[in-house]
Design a binder for this molecule. Structure first.
Ligand SMILES: [Zn+2]
Length: 369
């Protein structure tokens, strides 16, 4: 199967998260045609409102060497003003919502596997493909991994096909990710005339944001970038310039390496808020992780053989579903360039799709050698 044709078929299915629009059936039929056992697994949220389809597929029966491929086929909404679901080709690029994040990576791995399984090999390849990664992965990766655990189908090692490359395909591998936590901060004061007020909720809120931005975060584990906060939202209940607001709130996001856990960070955020009459609410997306394993050398040498590039290992990206798989097996994350993800006119170089497919074939050869 030609990887560009395959990826174009994936783009044409409007799998706006968490709807699959037939994309899982399409991939399932393809994998069946090359000898995989496939299962569409539908998981529901407890209240029944969220129903998500997933695909599990398996080739081989040996449990000694099981390589998983984890990825998602859902995409974020397209926005107006471009042809997001027609798979247009222009100036050597393939354009479409999800082509980089991450239908291109999934297509490249499917085509690489189709090429690889033509020969005999000893081991098992598994696919874990989901459709709700863009909205939290509850009925996707989390449920699928739980199912795999109960059914003894967890892999030993897992490649995640998210877009990890920077300028050119092969230049960056994600070996880990920073942790991420959101802190919703609510400040309370007393409404009053701006000329006489002494209890402006916004003053304390701004003081707190500045305090957290200037906080001296320790920095020991250099595999991760420095810990850093970013305020992302700011509200008050006030619309008049001569009134001070009694209620204000803000959201602060923090990205952190292995020097901190979310529990320690919660304590620091709380201590720093003590004198400011603030209420804090924490939402942890996931703590940081970093996976050193045999997959690193295999993938780096596969990339070097195909492209001549020496990839760098990084832990600086956004969080991924790897945070669920890392609890069960070795993981490594590698795919296309991330420059246009979630943007209008999302695109990748057509040549990058072929390169990625070749790298995945080289990796499969090394893995099962
Ligand atoms: Zn993605």
């Amino acid at each position: 199967m030609d990887v560009v044709s395959f990826c174009s078929e994936l783009i044409k299915r409007k799998s706006i998260t968490p709807n699959d629009d037939g994309i899982l059936d399409y991939v399932s039929e393809f994998l069946s045609s090359i000898g995989f056992e496939t299962r569409i697994l539908t998981f529901k949220s407890q209240d029944g409102t969220n129903v998500v389809k997933n695909l599990f597929a398996k080739y081989g029966h040996s449990r000694d060497k099981v390589l998983g491929f984890l990825g998602h086929l859902d995409v974020v909404p397209a926005g107006d003003g471009w042809n997001a679901f027609v798979a247009e080709q222009k100036d050597g690029c393939l354009i479409g919502r999800g082509v980089a994040d991450m239908k291109g990576g999934a297509a490249a791995f499917c085509c690489a596997v189709a090429e690889y399984v033509k020969q005999d090999f000893n081991g098992t390849i598994e696919f874990f493909l989901t459709c709700d990664e863009e909205i939290g992965s509850f009925e996707g990766t989390q449920s699928l991994i739980k199912w795999a655990k109960e059914n003894n189908e967890l892999p030993n090692d897992c490649l995640i096909g998210e877009p990890s490359s920077d300028i050119t395909v092969g230049d960056r591998i994600y070996a880990g990710h920073r942790g991420s936590m959101n802190v919703m901060v609510r400040a309370h004061g007393k409404q009053g005339h701006v000329a006489y007020s002494s209890q402006n909720s916004l003053t304390n809120l701004c003081r707190y944001i500045a305090r957290m931005a200037d906080y001296n975060w320790r920095y020991e584990n250099k595999k991760f970038p420095k810990t850093k906060i970013e305020p992302t939202l700011l509200y008050t209940n006030n619309y008049a310039v001569n009134v001070v607001p009694d209620e204000s709130s803000a959201n602060i996001n923090i990205r952190y390496g292995a020097d901190y856990t979310s529990e320690e960070l919660k304590k620091i955020f709380s201590q720093q808020a003590e004198d400011l009459n603030l209420e804090l609410e924490f939402t942890v997306s996931g703590d940081s992780y970093y996976c050193e394993s045999h997959l690193q050398d295999m993938l780096a040498s596969s990339i070097q053989d195909v492209t001549g590039i020496q990839p760098k290992f990084s832990a600086e990206g956004g969080i991924s579903d790897g945070r669920y798989m890392i609890q069960h097996c070795n993981i490594i994350e590698f795919g296309l360039c991330d420059a246009t993800i979630h943007q209008k006119n999302e695109h990748v170089k057509i040549s990058d799709l072929y390169t990625l497919e070749k790298i995945y074939v080289a990796f499969l050869k090394q893995y099962f050698a």
